[in-house]
Design a protein around this ligand. Structure first.
Ligand code: SME
Length: 164
């Protein structure tokens, strides 16, 4: 029903890239609140748009664990306890975690040996934790504070648009 989003400009600076991502997300979720549909398209959009990723997707809070949701990339660990990994750290702190070198992060969970850098953004509705958005990259130091701000805005828009 929705047309494919226009491609991001090849030389886009990060601000332009995140502006493009937010507009494309709005187009994809317009008139649709199904969480699987919206998270699946959001993961595909991020993976197709942001350079240098090898995984992009969601873990959703189910009881006291995070369970893998829609994603793009290699098959991943299914369940993550809240005291494990970068995802657990973001969920516990309810704050974005930017890890330049996952091999130096205590408790990092290696789902794909190609991953070197990671960013995890909590999905929050008010005070309630719904899950996390997780991006992995083979490029050490791939994610910046600007990525953090852009992805937090992306996550907020996605949560507002979906019955999560
Ligand atoms: N590396 C993550 C686990 C999820 S995979 O990267 C997809 C972590 O340490 O939480």
């Amino acid at each position: 029903m929705h047309p494919a989003p226009a491609p991001a400009p090849a030389d886009a600076d990060p601000a332009a890239l995140y502006d493009h991502l937010l507009r494309a997300l709005d187009g994809l979720v317009a008139g649709e609140r199904d969480p699987i549909a919206n998270l699946a398209n959001a993961a595909a959009l991020l993976y197709a748009t942001l350079p240098g990723l090898n995984w992009a997707g969601f873990y959703l809070l189910r009881g006291a664990e995070l369970v893998v949701g829609p994603f793009q990339g290699r098959p991943a660990c299914v369940r993550i306890a809240l005291d494990r990994g970068v995802c657990g750290a973001a969920a516990r702190a309810r704050r974005t975690q930017i890890v330049a070198d996952v091999h130096a992060f205590p408790g990092h969970i290696a789902c794909d040996a190609a991953s070197n850098a990671e960013i995890v953004v909590p999905l929050l509705r008010g005070d309630r934790l719904l899950g996390v958005l997780d991006l992995d990259s083979p490029l050490p130091g791939r994610f910046s504070e600007e990525d953090g701000r852009g992805l937090e805005a992306f996550a907020a828009r996605l949560v507002a648009a979906s019955d999560l």
